[in-house]
Write a protein that binds this ligand. Structure first.
Ligand code: NAP
Length: 270
């Protein structure tokens, strides 16, 4: 469920898995306005749905509309996946942080959050999921920087230590001694300006992740790769975040494979 929904890659992804595992199910896009959202959600059990993904602009409304809530979703302040339980109640959780972390570990199996400070650029919805995941993985320090500092302050106040807020203007210097850098802003996305960031202070072995996945190699990732930093693109996060929902609804744990990545990239025209 989204508004609008036509841009969503999720139907392609879930239908790929349904076909691969020969499961007799469907995954359909539903365009729902914010006004219609609560009633539409409540109609799911009677209409035979096993569950639903919710995305913009419904992720916060979903948090308030479900009957039971997972702890990670509560801390993230948003729900992106809902299961219809046997008794017709709705259980909400958030898989963005899971997808973010599963992608990193898949690309860099030796990566550990404990290695050193993490620098997070952005303080929107995705940044919250990323910060919760880094917190839970044991990052010793999370430096958050956002154009609108108040939003970063709010995130840090809600989530607590080890998150520390820095001014957006300090972003170049905040990379010093960082072990991990992640862009969660929409900068670098097709149609948006590039992220203006000087990587000079970033240690050469720090991993650099961009959760923007269109283009697959953002200007940030290209610059990081050129200076030898290990890089992680954002497509894997999108693919991995879908796994828990698919497994809960259809009873099969799906794989993220190179063929799936290729199918998604072709659909994205890349
Ligand atoms: P959001 O809640 O709208 O947050 C947008 C963030 O970008 C805010 O921190 C905003 O700063 C910052 N920003 C926007 N324009 C800026 C500019 N000109 N200069 C500096 N900062 C700017 O969006 P979101 O849901 O967090 O998503 C952010 C990005 O992550 C999107 O590109 C989205 O596609 C991607 N994403 C990817 C995945 C995945 O699975 N790979 C999942 C979720 C999101 P202000 O607070 O100052 O406005």
């Amino acid at each position: 469920m989204a508004w609008p929904v036509s841009h969503s890659l999720s139907p392609l992804l879930h239908r790929y898995w349904l076909k691969k595992y020969a499961i007799n199910g469907t995954y359909d896009p539903i365009a729902v306005t914010p006004n219609e959202f609560p009633a539409m959600l409540r109609s799911l059990p009677a209409r035979g749905f096993s569950g639903v993904n919710v995305t913009l602009p419904h992720k916060i409304a979903a948090l308030k509309s479900v009957d039971t809530l997972d702890g990670v979703a509560q801390r993230t302040g948003a729900v992106n996946t809902i299961i219809v339980k046997d008794d017709g109640t709705l259980h909400g959780f958030n898989t963005d942080g899971f997808g973010f972390m599963a992608n990193i570990v898949n690309v860099q199996p030796d990566w550990v959050a404990e290695a050193g400070p993490a620098v997070v650029l952005g303080a929107g919805g995705a940044a919250r999921a990323v910060c919760v995941a880094l917190q839970d993985a044991g990052a010793p320090e999370i430096r958050i920087l956002n154009r609108t500092r108040a939003k970063a302050e709010n995130l840090a106040a809600n989530l607590g230590l080890p998150i520390a807020v820095h001014d957006w203007e300090e972003r170049h210097e905040a990379l010093r001694e960082g072990a991990f850098l992640v862009n969660t802003t929409s900068l670098g996305m097709t149609g948006m300006p590039s992220l203006d960031l000087d990587l000079a202070a970033l240690p050469p072995d720090a991993s650099v992740c961009d959760i923007v996945y269109s283009p697959l190699e953002t200007p940030l990732l290209a610059a990081a790769r050129a200076r030898g930093n290990p890089t992680i693109d954002g497509l894997g996060m999108l693919l991995h975040q879908a796994r828990p929902g698919f497994e809960a609804w259809f009873g099969h744990a799906p794989d993220v494979t190179d063929s799936l990545r290729q199918a998604m990239l072709s659909a994205m025209g890349q």
